[in-house]
Ligand binder design. Structure first.
Ligand code: COA
Length: 141
């Protein structure tokens, strides 16, 4: 499927992005918060089928040493066609750092393993909100 990638955030309809998150599913997001999160990211990659937005991914980075990838998401009708991989590879190519970290939604670990990611013994996270939700979603024991 011929998909085009764009790294520009102007002209994006953030309600459309929120709708992709809802359908994917990757949670309910407020369009304005998504816009601010993307504006504050190091880079954002959008995937289009002609003019229709079908997926995205974004990275935080200091531009020198470290980066983290978040919010990789593809519309269900477009999943398993190689678009997620294309977005990941495009983001990775543009990150001028040695190490990229991420955490996978439970069940998606193999997708990232196929892209060269491995589990780390000492990865740690702190939640400012209740841990119970994180536990129920399968991120922690
Ligand atoms: C996860 C997601 C982004 C993957 O995008 P995608 O376009 O469906 O994946 P691709 O078609 O590019 O898959 C690339 C490769 O990973 C494999 N793969 C895809 N999903 C996988 C999964 N859940 N488990 C194992 N392998 C998977 C594919 O078979 C493919 O392998 P290949 O390149 O050897 O053929 C997409 O399925 C999605 O949006 N899911 C819902 C939201 C979500 O969970 N996002 C991840 C947040 S961490």
């Amino acid at each position: 499927m011929p998909i085009s990638l764009s790294f520009k955030i102007n002209g994006i309809d953030w309600s459309e992005v929120a709708e992709i998150f809802r359908q994917a599913p990757l949670g309910n997001r407020e369009p304005d918060k998504l816009r601010r999160a993307c504006e504050n990211s190091y880079l954002v990659c959008f995937a289009f089928d002609k003019k229709m937005l079908v997926g995205m991914g974004r990275a935080l980075s200091d531009g020198e040493y470290q980066a983290a990838i978040y919010d990789l998401v593809v519309l269900p009708a477009y999943q398993s066609k190689g678009i997620g991989r294309q977005i990941m590879e495009a983001i990775q190519r543009r990150l001028p750092v040695k190490t990229i970290i991420l955490y996978a939604v439970p069940g998606k670990e193999l997708f990232y393993k196929n892209l060269g990611y491995f589990k780390m013994h000492t990865g740690m996270a702190r939640r400012n909100e209740a841990l119970e939700e994180f536990r129920l979603e399968g991120y922690i024991e």
